[in-house]
Design a protein around this ligand. Sequence first.
Ligand code: SF4
Length: 454
Amino acid sequence: MEAKTQTKTESKNLQVVTDVVCPFCGTLCDDLKIIKDGNTIVDTMNACVIGNEKFKSAQDGHRIMTPLERDDNSAEFTPVSYDYAIEKAAQILAKAKRPLFYGWSSTSCEAQEVGNELAELCGGVTDNTASVCHGPSVLAIQTVGAPCCTLGEVKNRADLIIYWGCNPVHAHPRHMSRYSIYPRGFFTERGFKDRTTIVVDPRPTDTAKQADVYVPVEQGKDYELLDALRTALRGEKIEQEVVGGIPREKIVELGELCKSKKFGLLFFGMGVTQTTGKHRNIDIAISFVADMNKYTKFNLIAMRGHYNVSGSGQVMSWQSGFPFAMDFSRGYARYNPGETAANDILARGECDAAFVIASDPGAHFPVSSMKYYARIPTVCIDPHYTPTTGVSSIVMPSTIVGVEEEGTAYRMDNVPIRCRKVADAPEGILSDHEILERLYHRVKELKGEAGGQH
Ligand code: SF4
């Protein structure tokens, strides 16, 4: 398979690997070319600056090269073997009454599947990074459903793009050029000339600068503005002269503009999900999209951040019915975000051990939560040194999915894509999947020895 898609360039040592998937953001661009000299990645083609860095940084020397054990309550680590680290980690998880498993968003669905089974085996809580980003979107979509389509349909059909509370120029740099604004599609032959772009954001972001219409909504007033927009769509009078900082006439104009298009898309980000209203903002955004479908075709897609956070939601859902914050401590899957999400559990000091993989809560969670994490027995799996590895009891390095390992990931529109392997990992480094498999089997043995209930 690989031989088919690798061609030699003029230099006899250089190879170009084509059709590579970028394992960084939820856009999962699948048209990258990676230029290799032997096993060394020397350059990338088609990747944005972030994607390029993902491949280059894989080999830049900041990798963890051996499992580590933190010396008691200090910042010092001792190198250990995988056998030792896996045994220690298994002991920690098997002994714990309610361990927390968190992360999953930057690894493969295959690893996620085993990890969730391990969480169930341990009677723990398993949560992914959606709980601090698009969790409210998932809640709202589960509650009322959502009209959705693929990014391919956006490219070929959409003549109206709304970016609400997101800034793809910086967070998803190729989203606009590959799918939404600039590409020429089947029914959008003239590319951006066939499309109208609206950006709704309190700040005049770099994405807003490229929009045909910029709507500077007041901070935290997304719900009110969407409500007024729905009122305008129905042809009813908006009572207030200004809603969310936008004059009434402008809102009516926006509604008419949306109605005049053939295929509209509402892309939304954390500017909507993590501001006042949270999942209610998404409820009303979905209602707005449903209203729009009385006049034209309209869909919405969440701008997912980590490249496989969508996959983690998919895997958890098909395994146990819930997309994040899943609690197995009662012997069956339970889900109550606000109570069973990772930060809730850490903030209340409710877990007696924690396992972090493919994410970095040390860089994103409140300090008080991480102080608690640093006090309990913990296991962290990551290819690189991070703030989380620095306060974990056992650290295990892993290969990088999509660079050194194949694996399945789900794009932000929930299309599964197979990530490729383009280079060999440093010698002796195990994959997330293999570490999890070994942990699962050892914990199962330990639970059996202890006469555990699973
Ligand atoms: S837009 Fe996202 S997936 Fe595409 S190359 Fe950039 S970081 Fe990678």
